[in-house]
Design a binder for this molecule. Sequence first.
Ligand code: BEZ
Length: 211
Amino acid sequence: MALRLGDPAPDFTVETTEGTIRFHDWIGDGWAILFSHPRDFTPVCTTELGEAARLQPEFERRNVRIIGLSVDPLGSHREWAQDIRETQGHALNFPVIADADKKVSDLYDMIHPNASDTFTVRSVFVIGPDKKVKLTLTYPASTGRNFTEILRVVDSLQLTAKYKVATPVNWQHGEDVIIVPAVSDDDARKLFPKGWKTVKPYLRLVPQPGK
Ligand code: BEZ
């Protein structure tokens, strides 16, 4: 069955380009992003992994470890890594799982038979320090993902895990946020003593806390 938000992220032990990893131990106390791509040596995947490598310092700054996956074997990942460095200008700087036996793909429901019997779709799982699933995304093989958007969601997830706020449409780090409806005005006065702007009683905007 598909994983849903709030579900425990299944643990596994697997071979990667950076050696054997036991997933939960590897995550440690931070956040993780597990993402699959359909195949090595394919154009969209090549651009995606190069972009993820370019953004690695941004993930690190947010205490997020990223890990890729496809059903190709380790030797193929290693060979393809040279093409990624050569064509994208960024060498792989995170592990990529060699899931030839589809163990992890099955655990995370990354193979969608009506799209392809054989290859993983473009899945993204953001996993919190409590090892629970915080976000899922599924893209088809033909559409490369926007890793800047994934970073933006991480910013929202990390903020809303800490404060009783939600983030509005197209929110970017540093912009005003929304006080969650479950917080009464009385409680909001204690939580946000500098005040907020009431657009409607259910839509209260406040500067991003902790900035
Ligand atoms: C790609 O990464 O370019 C790709 C992979 C599988 C199917 C279509 C495109």
